[in-house]
Design a protein around this ligand. Sequence first.
Ligand SMILES: [Fe+2]
Ligand SMILES: [Fe+2]
Length: 146
Amino acid sequence: MRTEFHSILLAKMKDVGEPRFNLAHERLFNIIIDADEILGAATSGERQLTSEEWSSLSTVCDELVRYTKIHFMEEEEFLISRGYPDSERHRVIHQNLIEALNSFQKKVTQCDEMNLKEMRRWLLEWLLNHINHEDYAYAAYFSTKE
Ligand SMILES: [Fe+2]
Ligand SMILES: [Fe+2]
């Protein structure tokens, strides 16, 4: 279930001017919330994850990586087709995020006893930061062209 904190974060997510991308962002955010709930259950009890929780987290994480790749590809194609001058830099930023997600996924697959609180923070931050800065930059650019 979404907490008030999750709703506050979602409300901070900027509109990027393309309805299908806004929907994709919300879908990604919802997947992250699923992961956050699993991590939250452990961090609030100051304990490690159980094996069932690791396995649920792994399923959620696979979906997050899968759908992030799809969204990034669609966004990159869109930016190139619309002649966005910063397309290449945006693609590289996406690539770096995929690498960070892949290493996160690897840790989850290995049930790495890492700092769960840090893991939670990173998960909640990367998407929102990207949308509100880099994605918002293309929205701002295109809005001046219309
Ligand atoms: Fe992006
Ligand atoms: Fe995006």
